[in-house]
Design a protein around this ligand. Structure first.
Ligand code: 4AZ
Length: 258
């Protein structure tokens, strides 16, 4: 069945990219997203500057990466914005609470997950609403397609866009990702690799905390991963590494009730 949904996803994405002039984005992504395309995507901003992505999982909670809040876990300085453009955003919320995973220890990448509670509800619309969370027991086969989105750098150490970028990547199995020439055993059970071993398409600085999503057979989108780390961006044998959301599904419930 995976092949069939892969085909549908590729069809949707290629039709979308044909419908507008494509250019090199995210790193090697298809193009800018359109308003409402990825309605769960949020920008987390510190003193009104974009720092990280985040994903809406309820009317009041976002999930993001723990490393986004290093030395900056004071909620009052953070805001979340929604809408495909950073400026002007279509909605803005202040942050009430930041919960960083108890086992996250900088500079390690393990347990790279955080929850962000908004000070006021977001009322869902067609262009701003939550993503689905997978069951803890869900297993996503490797080689299926998934989509990454964000306002991160367009190339390693390169410029950042105002419009949300999107790209298609493939899930990579952890045995492959732990090979000596790839990440040499650094991939823990809390992580998931996605991208291409040949390089070229990847998340990059500023995409951290943002979503890696894949659709089910009904085209409901599920959060599979959270942009976490990688050796620079889009290099051969250095795919993006994501926080594995299924591992943390029960932790999310314990903190939010979701
Ligand atoms: C970063 O520095 C970062 N290529 C995020 C994602 C990746 C690398 C670096 C993955 O936030």
């Amino acid at each position: 069945a995976g092949g069939r949904y892969d085909f549908l996803l590729m069809l949707i994405l290629s039709v979308k990219s044909m419908a507008k002039s494509s250019s090199l984005r995210i790193v090697g992504g298809l193009s800018s997203a359109e308003t409402g395309d990825w309605p769960w995507q949020a920008s987390l901003q510190y003193n009104n500057v974009h720092r990280c992505g985040a994903t809406l999982i309820s009317n009041t909670w976002l999930v993001s990466a723990a490393h986004c809040f290093r030395d900056m876990s004071h909620p009052q300085k953070w805001t979340a914005t929604f809408g495909a453009l950073l400026k002007p955003p279509s909605l803005k919320r202040s942050v009430k609470t930041i919960i960083i995973h108890e086992k996250y220890r900088y500079p390690e990448h393990d347990y790279d997950i955080a929850l962000v509670q908004l000070s006021k509800r977001v009322e869902f619309t067609s262009s701003i609403h939550r993503v689905c969370l997978p069951e803890p027991s869900e297993t996503f086969p490797y080689n299926i397609y998934a989509v990454i989105t964000g306002w991160g750098a367009l190339t390693n150490d390169g410029p950042t866009p105002n419009a949300l970028q999107e790209a298609t990547v493939k899930l990579i199995d952890s045995n492959t990702c732990n090979k000596k020439e790839v990440y040499d055993g650094d991939i823990t059970p809390r992580m998931l690799c996605a991208g291409y071993l040949e390089g070229g398409v990847d998340a990059c600085q500023g995409d951290s905390g943002g979503p890696l999503v894949t659709p089910d057979s009904r085209l409901m989108w599920y959060l599979v991963g959270i942009v976490s780390w990688g050796d620079e961006c889009a290099k051969p044998n250095k795919p993006g590494v994501y926080t594995r959301v299924t591992y943390f599904r029960d932790w999310i419930t314990s903190k939010t009730g979701i």
